[in-house]
Design a protein around this ligand. Structure first.
Ligand SMILES: [Zn+2]
Length: 321
């Protein structure tokens, strides 16, 4: 219900939720887009713990009617030596909802409290600074949690500490990448020398190109119009199954997500994630301009980082494409 709370608010903001994953150390609602504003992130994050607060209040109400205030105190204090019963179930449900609400509000990214912290900081400092600060806070808390779990022997807490530590790293990396890709357009990232195939290119020919070219995916064009895309792995698998004289058309995927050339590269990344596609085709009307893959994203992010730190060299002949 906690994760459903996150999911419903996200959906209300038009953010698709792909799935909810429940693990022994906690749950995760997998969203295929980032919230548009800090305010949206704040609301999505805060509603999960609020669900637990609401459940705890409800259970307190039930307990008050059912057991009375003295009965509730007895149930809590007698938990350790009591046999399984409806009362012990009520105590544990109530206590775990209170604990879930409190624990999730620790300001440790990627936990809910960390997202709240990041979104509030972000309103004043912008997303990149806010994420960097929230990630530092999260790593400090994670180390403290890990030490505490080692001294007290609480394995679960130790696992959560590791999850927080690496989760905070991933959030920081993710924010750095999307910040870098904000100022590059899709058109600037296209490789104009990329190799393309025709539908009747044979596997034998395609494999020859594949070993001489590091492209992760190849567009298949017919009269300069995109008819499909084939990845390296799909080519190799198809060649092994169908032999060297089969056509590339038999290996390609015909459903290809597309994007306009003028939008920022972050948008290409968001749409690739949403479509769970390793590539997106850049088009201008009917005309195919090129493919964006993980490779283009990673390289553009690396270059943006270099230019941000050292400045863009003058006379850069690729600066205005
Ligand atoms: Zn949550």
């Amino acid at each position: 219900m906690h994760e459903l709370g996150h999911s419903l608010v996200a959906k209300g903001f038009g953010i698709p939720v792909r799935e909810i994953i429940l693990l022994p150390i906690g749950g995760m609602a997998q969203m295929s887009k980032k919230p548009k504003t800090p305010g949206q992130e704040l609301l999505i994050a805060v509603v999960g713990p609020l669900v637990n607060v609401a459940i705890a209040f409800g259970l307190f109400g039930v307990g008050a009617v059912w057991l009375g205030s003295e009965g509730m105190l007895n149930a809590f204090s007698g938990l350790a030596d009591s046999a399984p019963s409806l009362q012990t179930m009520w105590v544990m449900l109530t206590a775990s909802n209170v604990m879930l609400a409190v624990f999730n509000m620790l300001p440790a990214l990627p936990m809910d409290g960390g997202r709240v912290l990041r979104s509030v900081l972000s309103m004043g400092l912008g997303p990149s600074k806010a994420t960097a600060i929230a990630a530092v806070v999260a790593r400090v808390l994670a180390v403290a949690m890990l030490l505490f779990s080692l001294f007290t022997g609480q394995l679960m807490l130790g696992l959560i500490a590791l999850f927080v530590f690496f989760g905070a790293n991933a959030e920081a990396r993710e924010e750095k990448m999307s910040g870098a890709l904000e100022h590059v357009t899709v058109a600037q990232a296209i490789n104009p020398r990329a190799v393309t195939f025709a539908p009747d290119t044979t596997m034998a020919d395609a494999i020859q190109w594949l070993v001489r070219n590091p492209q992760p995916a190849f567009a298949v064009l017919h009269d300069r119009r995109l008819v499909g895309v084939v990845t390296r792995r799909e080519l190799v698998t198809a060649a092994q199954e169908k032999g060297p004289y089969a056509y590339v058309a038999a290996a390609m995927k015909r459903e290809v997500p597309t994007i306009a050339a003028t939008v920022p590269l972050t948008e290409a990344r968001t749409q690739m994630n949403a479509a769970e596609s390793p590539y997106i085709a850049v088009v201008s009307g009917e005309e195919f301009l090129g493919l964006i893959t993980e490779q283009e994203l990673a390289q553009q992010a690396a270059m943006a980082d270099v230019f941000a730190r050292f400045g863009r060299p003058s006379g850069d002949r690729f600066a205005r494409q």
